[in-house]
Design a protein around this ligand. Structure first.
Ligand code: GSH
Length: 191
């Protein structure tokens, strides 16, 4: 996939490509997303967003201290908030009625709530994680969208408003629409 150079640069892959040695040389785990920018092959969404941020002051401020803060919050989104939300999202989506999942749920929900509570306290009345929108907000918003089957982020008024504010940004809407179009164009016909 190329960077911001039109839809002809987007390559969708199937499970055969995922398993292929060529693709594994690019993305060792066979996952998406992965990009090539001027011959540089990258994977991991956090690394990709930060790489794109190198060319975009909106995503990564030129000021060194502000940049370091944006990177710090990017890691917080991916390392501290995403793992418990991801586990909850998968539990809801794939295993909700399994005995082990029913047993796991209370401890997991408590952990998720602890993280969201701390994030909510840190955000306070702020519009964004730092003084202005950065790559960290993009990543945090994407992470907060994970537990869609369960209204858990909704319980934190300021976090929910923050997520909606970030989602409403024109760039976010454009990117989401483009991604959804790929799914719509390639969805199997209804049975
Ligand atoms: N940590 C990786 C996770 C990527 C990931 O989970 N990708 C999913 C789609 S959103 C995937 O490729 N799943 C297929 C698989 O794991 O085989 C990242 O942020 O890029």
């Amino acid at each position: 996939m190329g960077i911001g150079r039109g839809r002809d640069k987007v390559r969708l892959i199937d499970q055969n490509v995922q398993k292929s040695a060529d693709y594994r040389a690019w993305q060792p785990f066979g996952q998406v997303p992965a990009i090539v920018d001027d011959g540089l092959m990258l994977f991991e969404s956090g690394a990709i967003v930060l790489h794109i941020g190198e060319h975009c002051d909106t995503l990564l401020p030129a000021d060194k201290r502000q940049r370091a803060r944006a990177i710090t919050w990017s890691f917080a989104a991916l390392n501290s908030i995403e793992p418990p939300l991801q586990e909850l999202g998968l539990l809801n989506l794939l295993w909700a009625n399994e005995d082990w999942a029913i047993q796991r749920r209370p401890i997991l929900e408590a952990f998720v709530n602890q993280r969201l509570n701390d994030l909510s306290a840190s955000l306070g009345n702020g519009e964004y994680l730092e003084e202005r929108f950065t790559a960290a907000d993009l990543l945090m918003t994407t992470v907060l969208r994970i537990p869609r089957q369960q209204p858990i982020v909704e319980q934190y008024g300021n976090l929910f408003a923050y997520k909606e504010r970030c989602e409403a940004r024109p760039g976010f809407q454009r990117a989401l629409r483009a991604q959804m179009q790929d799914f719509e164009r390639n969805a199997p016909p209804p049975v």
